[in-house]
Ligand binder design. Structure first.
Ligand SMILES: Cc1ncc(COP(=O)(O)O)c(C=O)c1O
Length: 450
């Protein structure tokens, strides 16, 4: 097999194996140059592969899948039990308080939108402009929202938010636990304390934090509690269409049901509807049992890792990435050394379009990264990434070899240059000549119905 085997950039550093097996770790992809390479997934921040154990759990559950909540059949009862068990597992993973709700949603975007609609009338919401659009636009759309400018680092952003909270005007602070652009981690307990002292609550966008860190809603001191966390299964190694909003029930019980439909009602008459409360209120329609079970399995698996295993695995990968990329003349790493950060590293190759570099990494090396402004346009612009950046993000399935292959490939781009010529083809950057089969044919024909 012809592969893009470039020599590791940091042979002196100890090799690091993946922390957990993920599905597709050995997938081989075609290269535009004619060879093939084992795919390097450095786009975990966008969507992470399924944990092998999650896929196994889904396979175990599928033969027993049936209608949930309303069916009398035995398998309906099994499915209902699996769904409610998943709810309890997610609650446990997030250190939920006894009275907290776990509402299954499609994703973090969905969960934050639900919470935004539950903000009491007239209540004010505070966010910073460093947020992903999921934690910015829903607040702007449905609540009275103030957007403050972020600082030069997470510490300064936290101080700016604290100062604004101290005005006492807010009912809610909405923050990302970790940035999807720089990986910076916000001091959540400190912000929780500041919010509560000012009479506000705190909602955490956990999309980027939870795949990397254990977080508990309940803290040792209730003043430091987090009020809500939103999360996405597909970023947490459970890509089966479920996410969740977990936290305080009062606003959710008082809000209009997120969707109007079956399952969210207690009784419907000609002239009135009595809505359920609790999670049912916001889970109208047939719930995503398989997605919830997958998410719960991922939570249980991450929770069972030895203390600090996740943190040290990714700290080592992040350091390796920052050091390797930073050592390349012609590469600029954005905020390379935050006080605390997850494995999300954004860089640029000044003078070269980010989409050209991303297309080259894919076409000549089988490496998947993200380019653009990462659905955080205001933050990206303030970081000088008006033309976008390249983002490499690690996960539990990432090895040091993956990082080394990226660093070596970027190094080759800068020294010998790409083998192929690149331009905009059909609206996207790509090689002008491409030996790869069209992506829609890669898996071969759709299986015949039997
Ligand atoms: C920080 C952050 N918040 C929210 C989201 C939205 O997540 P989803 O697309 O799963 O709704 C993302 C997605 O990239 C994110 O990075």
């Amino acid at each position: 097999m012809t592969t893009s085997t470039l020599s590791p950039s940091r042979p002196s550093r100890p090799a690091l194996a993946p922390l957990l097996p993920v599905v597709g770790a050995d997938t081989v992809v075609p290269l535009a140059t004619g060879g093939r390479a084992t795919y390097v997934n450095l786009d975990n921040a966008a969507s992470a592969p399924a944990l092998a154990v999650v896929a196994a759990r889904v396979a175990q559950v599928l033969p027993h899948y049936a209608s949930v909540h309303r069916g009398a059949g035995y398998l309906s009862r099994v499915s209902t039990a699996l769904f409610e068990q998943a709810r309890a597992q997610v609650a446990g993973f997030l250190g939920a308080r006894g009275d907290d709700l776990v509402v299954f949603t499609r994703s973090t975007t969905d969960a934050l939108d639900l919470l935004a609609r539950a903000v009491p009338d007239g209540a004010r919401v505070l966010v910073a402009d460093v947020e992903h659009h999921a934690n910015l636009l829903s607040w702007q759309r449905s609540a009275r929202t103030t957007v403050v400018r972020g600082g030069s680092d997470a510490e300064e952003t936290a101080s700016l938010l604290e100062a604004e909270l101290a005005t006492g005007r807010y009912a809610l602070l909405a923050v990302a636990g970790a940035s999807n652009v720089t990986g910076e981690v916000l001091p959540l307990r400190r912000l929780a304390r500041a919010a509560h002292a000012a009479g506000a609550r705190i909602a955490v966008d956990g999309a980027q934090l939870l795949p990397h860190r254990r977080v508990s809603l309940a803290a040792d001191d209730p003043a430091d509690d987090l009020d809500w966390i939103a999360l996405s299964g597909h970023k947490l190694y459970a890509p089966f269409g479920a996410g969740a909003l977990v936290g305080r029930r009062d606003w959710l019980d008082a809000a209009e049901p997120y969707l109007a439909g079956g399952g969210a009602t207690l009784d419907v008459s000609h002239d009135a509807v009595r809505w359920a409360d609790g999670p049912d209120r916001h889970e109208a329609g047939s719930p995503n049992v398989v997605g919830a079970v997958a998410l719960a399995q991922a939570c249980a698996t991450l929770a069972a890792l030895p203390t600090a295993a996740l943190e040290s695995h990714e700290a080592a990968l992040r350091d390796r990435l920052v050091e390797g990329l930073g050592a390349l003349e012609g590469v600029e790493v954005v905020r390379p050394h935050p006080a605390d950060a997850v494995g999300v590293v954004t860089f640029t190759v000044p003078g070269r379009p980010v989409s050209e570099v991303a297309a080259y990494l894919s076409a000549e090396h089988g490496i998947g990264v993200r380019d653009g402004r990462f659905c955080a346009h205001r933050f990206a612009d303030s970081l000088g990434l008006v033309e976008g950046g390249l983002r490499a993000s690690t996960g539990v399935g990432t090895s040091s070899d993956d990082v080394d292959r990226l660093v070596a490939a970027v190094g080759r781009f800068l020294t010998t240059g790409p083998e192929l010529q690149y331009g905009v083809v059909d609206g996207h950057w790509g090689p002008l000549t491409d030996a790869r089969p069209a992506p829609e044919t890669f898996l071969g024909p759709v299986p015949e119905p039997r």
